[in-house]
Design a protein around this ligand. Sequence first.
Ligand code: DC
Length: 227
Amino acid sequence: MKKIIVAIDGYSSCGKSTIAKDLARYAGYTYVDTGAMYRAVALFMMTDPRCQTPEPVRSLVSLLPEIDIRFALQADGSQHLLLNGEDVESRIRSLEVGSKASEVSPVKEVRRYLVEAQQRMGADKGIVMDGRDIGTVVFPNAELKLFLTASPEVRAKRRFDELVAKGELPVYADVLQDVNTRDYRDTHRTESPLRKAEDAVVIDNSHLTREEQMQVIRDIFNKAVKD
Ligand code: DC
């Protein structure tokens, strides 16, 4: 069976990473969470003393070559993001870092730097990558492209539950507002706005269980590796 690249794009909190991880496990492929990479760059800007300037984004851009991002496979099969060797997996998941990530992700130099790193990660195929521009910019020739979507309310509820599970005390209205703000930013930025690739398969999972959705995606995957 041939090895392929699976590109998964979609709005924030629509379950992309859950699906991508499930599919990677099923296929025996490597999973790459590109949102985590943008979050790591945001965390770098928030914490590196050299970015505490009147123009933090400008400082960040000049320091990009010093940012090393890798994924470390854990014993339980999950991946943790290492920022310059430090495991920042749990720190990059906060609402604050997510919101900063949507400020740094429109920056052209940041995108160029991370897209190149992502293309290197997929050079040998056998990869499931999720993000916003995977099927359109990072791997426009991916053999399988999925575009996931769900209503803003369903996505806000999912993110709310995730934050509660992590011990944060979110307010639902704030989370919904954040989802809407991010959707707007993701779809309206000049650099690689979120949009469906013409050849992507759309999956609206507002009313699908994880298992139902997985079944649909496995069928699509099995067909794609046979073609
Ligand atoms: O999927 P996420 O919430 O972890 O993504 C964090 C931010 O990074 C979000 O604002 C969208 C942005 N992003 C992007 O611009 N391109 C990607 N390929 C992945 C994420």
